[in-house]
Design a protein around this ligand. Structure first.
Ligand SMILES: *Cc1c(COP(=O)(O)O)cnc(C)c1O
Length: 357
């Protein structure tokens, strides 16, 4: 605390990311990183960019990367916005599109960065409770609002809803922006991006993606949003009032190669989905209840053992998972899907913990 802090800084409660412990030999299942490496083509492209050209500023518009993303998704490059990780994209989305007179709506249990941006930017928000099984019920989002945002699949529950429900929401909500955060879409959820193709692109749908999860590039910091060109133009205005060069040369080169390597993405996502199905089965044998997941993590609880106790006991054995001290979800653990070997270590540790409790 310093008397020089501005009033807004004094009142902030910043987002707390999952820890990145420096201990060796950890089984790290707490921040939804990919257990597999990025595309070797991305690594080669980054290496190739490591030259004296780093003295030069990068392309502020990221033209080549926008074209690669547009080509992959059947869009126009004018429909693509780039940011230093999707967290930065989301920050610009809140300021450029969701700071309105009416409150922005998002679920009571969701990505905990959303309320942090609202407080930073002075945006009113209203939490809409998830249903009894932690499902997003789109009919609950029909009141007048300054925008709607949720992840699909939702975090930290992993539950997804079909695209048809988002289309129904769009048809009822024409006067504000609907933002779908598809950070985990590659693990078995229908993307909303096809709705943005061609002349019928809705004016008010924005879809946000990251290269941090399924493309295994959390360390590179690349995210993007796609939507109507007029929404993108609003985002560009905010970005160019903040930082004209959010993506460096290495990030742009690596991201282009990663986007072009769809085969690598599909192979690693398929593996994660298989490991997830196996892990859910083995957890059920131990008595855990797991929410059906379409993500690279699961949200699970044991009816007889407190979430925080299991979290601590796993930690004592060098296995790091995520526990949230928030209403409704305190008994749950969020566990990132790792390799099959990491799943075996996890199940072994849980078997011991439950036996000794
Ligand atoms: C991980 C995550 C992000 C942020 O990803 P970055 O691109 O690494 O900033 C955004 N939204 C959700 C729901 C996430 O889980």
């Amino acid at each position: 605390m310093s008397r020089f802090w501005s009033p807004v800084v004094q009142s902030l409660t910043p987002y707390t990311p999952g820890e990145q412990p420096q201990m060796q030999r950890l089984v790290k299942l707490n921040t939804n990183e990919s257990p597999y490496g990025p595309s070797p083509k991305a690594l080669a492209a980054i290496r190739q960019q490591t030259s004296d050209d780093l003295r030069l500023y990068p392309d502020p518009e990221g033209v080549a990367l926008k074209r690669a993303i547009a080509d992959l998704h059947g869009l126009d490059p004018k429909q693509v916005f780039l940011g230093n990780g999707s967290d930065e994209v989301l920050a610009h989305v809140f300021l450029a599109l969701l700071k309105q007179t009416d409150a922005v709506l998002f679920p009571d249990i969701t990505y905990s960065f959303y309320p942090v941006y609202c407080k930073l930017f002075g945006i009113e928000y209203k939490n809409i409770p998830l249903g009894p099984d932690f499902e997003i019920q789109v009919a609950d989002y029909e009141s007048p609002n300054g925008g709607i945002i949720f992840p699909n699949p939702n975090a930290p529950t992993g539950r997804s809803i079909p695209r048809s429900e988002i289309e129904a929401l769009l048809s009822k909500n024409k006067n504000s922006v609907v933002v779908i955060d598809e950070a985990y879409v590659d693990y078995g959820t229908e993307s909303c991006i096809p709705l943005l193709r061609g002349a019928n692109c809705p004016e008010n749908l924005l879809v946000v993606h990251t290269l941090s999860k399924s493309r295994a590039l959390a360390g590179l910091r690349v995210g993007f949003a796609v939507g109507h060109p007029a929404l993108i133009e609003g985002l560009e205005r905010v970005k160019n009032s903040f930082n004209s060069y959010p993506l460096g040369r290495l990030a742009q080169a690596g991201a282009i190669a990663a986007i072009e390597d769809q085969a690598h993405l599909e192979a690693s996502s398929t593996k994660v989905i298989q490991t997830r199905a196996q892990l859910v089965k083995e957890l059920a044998v131990l008595g855990f209840d797991t929410i059906p997941s379409s993500a690279n993590f699961i949200f699970t609880r044991h009816p007889k053992h407190a979430g925080v106790k299991i979290y601590q006991a796993l930690r004592d054995r060098g296995i790091i998972v995520r526990h949230f001290k928030a209403a409704r979800i305190e008994e749950f653990l969020r566990i990132t899907i790792g390799t099959d070997e990491q799943s075996r270590e996890l199940i072994g540790a849980l078997t011991e913990i439950l036996a000794s409790a």
